[in-house]
Design a binder for this molecule. Sequence first.
Ligand code: GDP
Length: 365
Amino acid sequence: PLQAGIVGLPNVGKSTLFNAITKAGAEAANYPFCTIDPNVGVVEVPDPRLVKLAEIVHPKKIVPTAFEFVDIAGLVAGASRGEGLGNKFLGHIREVDAIVHVVRCFENPDVTHVSGSVDPLRDIEVIELELILADLESVQRRLDRTRKNLKSGDKKYAVEVAALERIEATLGDGKPARIVDLSDDEKVLLRDLHLLSNKPVLYAANVAEDEAANEDGNDFVKKVRERAASEGAEVVVVSAQLESEIAELEGEDKAVFLEELGLVESGLDRLIRAAYDLLGLRTYFTAGEPEVRAWTIRTGTKAPQAAGVIHTDFEKGFIRAEVVAYADLIGTGSYNAAREAGKVRLEGKDYVVQDGDVMHFRFNV
Ligand code: GDP
């Protein structure tokens, strides 16, 4: 499953946020496996389209799609040199698909800041520098090896050396690998480096409880927004403390509480959605009487591989798919009406599944 890793300096609110995520996930009875690893929280992706589909299909149950947050505590300045449990945590980051970087934007004299004062920009730089330094080491190690290969006469390594040198220069300037412009071929060559500073990042600005309803948050948040904008990254304003209270509530109670706070939806829901987008994920649906269900695919996934998300047999035996766009199904009011209106298409193995497609697969067993 796709994973977003939660990182940040100590005492910024990572575990508070992670606990809110797990608590919300614990309510999600569809994913019982979520309790196996204490550092992994499974969350359901809120999607109002599921309810609309259920109004048409009247299924026995609704199953949202889900993905995972991993708590990667323990990053401190000097981690790349092995400070704290440094390298171990950097290793965990290597395994995730995206990074949720929690930054402290709340003042609280009772909660010590590791660097003595609240300063989100400095904090972001401390963490980013550790990722950059760790990457610099991986790149230099690889560069040594690749240069040797090139020297022993194998010309094919020239491309890789050149790409590595560009990345090395950028990292050497204290900038992340993700800003280096690489061709698709170069990306493939360097994929197995799993560079940390190449992963997509999203900032979670953790504000005080009474600032959660204010999108602009406070001056700290403004600075984080400016910084994020300069690198094309998203910011989600949350109050981890408040989210852990919201996560205790369900249904009507939750709605009332959010309204009292002046919030349209919980920060957690916004965070989940932003992380989903960041990972380049799309949703398709299956809609039958037993269940209406959302499934997660990456952008650009073709029909057989999308079927494979449900079951590998669906992919192996794929024949074709009946597809109707969500809007067409809702617009016509029923599957039969959609069919009569010519909105149900038959698609083959090269069809790229679109977000919101309602799919019915035909396959050999
Ligand atoms: P971590 O080290 O990054 O995992 O930080 P924790 O989640 O353990 O939080 C450190 C301290 O900050 C705890 O005492 C939390 O109660 C407090 N804290 C976390 N988030 C918030 C918040 O949104 N508002 C306030 N006022 N305190 C918070």
